[in-house]
Design a protein around this ligand. Structure first.
Ligand code: ME8
Length: 517
């Protein structure tokens, strides 16, 4: 039986169209999920939309729609984005789904039964944009006299009757948990941020609202709806069958192996969520990884500045795999990164079109033209051939080590180091000079090159799924020989296989002609 691996993304607010930051997180999580699947795991990949809360209710009203219709309209755009970008999730959850409402009420009851929920009144600062409560000392007043929270969004004074979660009771338990699980929060910089927040003392958390009704009703008190983050975080257990915690998916997949989220919501995932779970008597996830933010040419994206990047436009302009490759290779996962036209063109033309694309096209065309498209014999390996093969065979362990730490850019760097080696090997072996003088050697060099391309393509599938599949088609690799078990000696290309006619896989990006004035 395959080992289980449960991975999730944040669930996005469907409060407008998805932007490139949303796309980035889904692509990265998809790459990790695909990698694990190909590496022999039974993967469950959950993503979706976070549809309750004051922000959703307020924008829906401005649009003249019910919150549910507004959420549905935008949730469909997030789904369309996933489909376009080849984000291959197992479930797309909407927090308005009936099973999710039931799950949220069930976890609430368990926390209440444990004595962790009490009724009181809240007064303090609230950011609608962040859907977050902030202590006074976390806020500042800007030059215009507007009070802002730590993420730079406006906060408003809020006073209402509210249920509270006894978060203060979890300070020591959380600190002990972090201590016992040093890998729970990554990267390290985020871990330190969380540790100092928790060490600073935890106040009880307001977890219900009475001034609006767009939320999950609090059990046995219809006047209140749940604070949106209580229901949002619960999506991770709804997705695997909670409240039926004896169900197969729950037993198999909970606790989650990895929650992938952005750095702005680490507190919710690394403090509130484990505390809720401890209170409900449920196991805590194994790890939370916070990625960085994507900026537009180094500037923060915002609707008011008008520099928000639309992932649909980028995919159209550059290609889906080109966009995926750029985001995953260029930005060290966990750090902030920047997007620019020049950077994506440079990266995809150099790495994809030149290094991998040309190598495949040149070597496979030689087989087509000179050998009627039939894969040559492997022959006697020279030391150069053997070194080349060994470096291809070594890719899996390098990539696996990197992916186990979510260092996606390092995994890609390890694969593309072999692509660079293969280009040097091909140039130094100069097969075009061997065709007549040393046909056997000619065959061996082409076989070795094709075999390296096979392994690169197998390993590149999680990152650039469609292009990698095309390369594997060109090498006539059967569908059931494309997982990582087929890497190395076990899946070598078989001499005598008839290959289809080669076709370019990675078009170069060419600037559209400046319109003649
Ligand atoms: O926070 N670059 O939803 P959201 C990279 N509903 N990532 C970015 C980004 C950017 N410029 N902007 C946002 C929420 N993100 C909640 C989550 S989870 C139980 C509930 C990331 O639509 C952000 O960090 O504001 C988060 O991980 C995700 O996109 C959704 O953001």
């Amino acid at each position: 039986m395959k080992p289980a691996f449960y991975i999730t993304t944040a669930i996005d607010y469907p409060n407008g169209a998805p932007h490139i930051g949303h796309a980035y997180e889904k692509i990265a999580t998809d790459a990790i999920a695909r990698f694990k699947k190909l590496d022999g795991y039974d993967v469950f990949f959950l993503t979706g939309t976070d549809e309750h809360g004051l922000k959703m209710a307020q924008t829906a009203e401005k649009q003249g729609l019910t919150p549910f219709d507004w959420a549905t309209k935008n949730s469909n755009r997030f789904k369309a984005m996933d489909e376009l970008l080849r984000v291959d999730y197992d479930r797309f959850i909407r927090t308005t789904d009936a099973d999710h409402i039931a799950a949220s009420q069930a976890i609430w009851r368990r926390m209440a039964d444990n004595g962790d929920i009490y009724l009181s009144a809240y007064s303090g600062w609230y950011s609608v944009r962040d859907e977050a409560y902030y202590a006074e000392d976390e806020t500042t007043v800007n030059a215009d006299g507007v009070r802002l929270g730590p993420q730079g969004t406006p906060v408003e004074w809020t006073e209402e009757k509210s249920y509270f979660f006894r978060l203060s009771a979890y300070q020591e338990k959380l600190l002990a948990f972090y201590e016992a699980h040093p890998d729970f929060i990554r990267p390290d910089s985020r871990r330190n941020e969380v540790l100092s927040f928790v060490k600073g003392g935890l106040q009880d958390l307001s977890i219900s609202r009475t001034t609006f009704s767009w939320g999950v009703p609090v059990p046995d008190d219809a006047e209140h709806v749940m604070y949106v983050w209580v229901d949002a975080l619960t999506n991770y257990i709804t997705g695997v069958g909670f409240p039926d915690d004896s169900s197969e998916p729950f037993k198999r997949f909970w606790p989650a192996d990895l929650h992938v989220i952005g750095k702005d919501i680490i507190r919710f995932h690394a403090v509130y969520w484990p505390a809720f779970l401890m209170s409900a008597g449920l196991p805590v996830p194994k790890s939370v990884f916070a990625h960085g933010f994507i900026h537009n040419r180094g500037e923060k994206m915002s609707k008011s500045v008008g520099n928000v990047i639309d992932p649909f436009d980028l995919a159209q302009a550059y290609g889906v795999d080109q966009l995926r490759y750029f985001l995953l290779r260029e930005i060290p996962f966990g750090q902030d990164g920047s997007y620019s036209h020049e950077a994506i063109v440079a990266r995809t033309n150099a790495d994809l079109a030149n290094d991998l694309g040309n190598l495949a096209q040149r070597s496979l065309s030689m087989i087509a033209k000179n050998l009627d498209g039939v894969l040559p014999e492997r022959g006697m390996l020279s030391p150069e051939d053997a070194t080349m093969l060994a470096s291809a065979d070594g890719m899996l362990s390098a990539a696996r080590n990197a992916m186990d730490e979510q260092q996606i850019h390092h995994a890609l760097a390890a694969i593309w180091t072999v692509v660079a080696d293969a280009n040097r090997y091909f140039a130094a072996s100069a097969p075009w000079e061997l065709r007549k003088s040393a046909p056997e050697r000619f065959g061996t060099v082409l076989w070795t090159t094709a075999e390296v391309i096979r392994q690169v393509a197998v390993l590149a599938q999680p990152f650039i799924p469609d292009s990698a599949a095309k390369l594997l088609d060109l090498l006539a690799v059967p569908g059931d020989r494309r997982d990582f078990a087929a890497l190395g000696e076990g899946g070598r290309l078989a001499a005598g296989t008839l290959l289809p006619a080669p076709a370019p896989v990675f078009p170069r990006y060419v600037e559209p002609e400046a319109s003649a004035g």
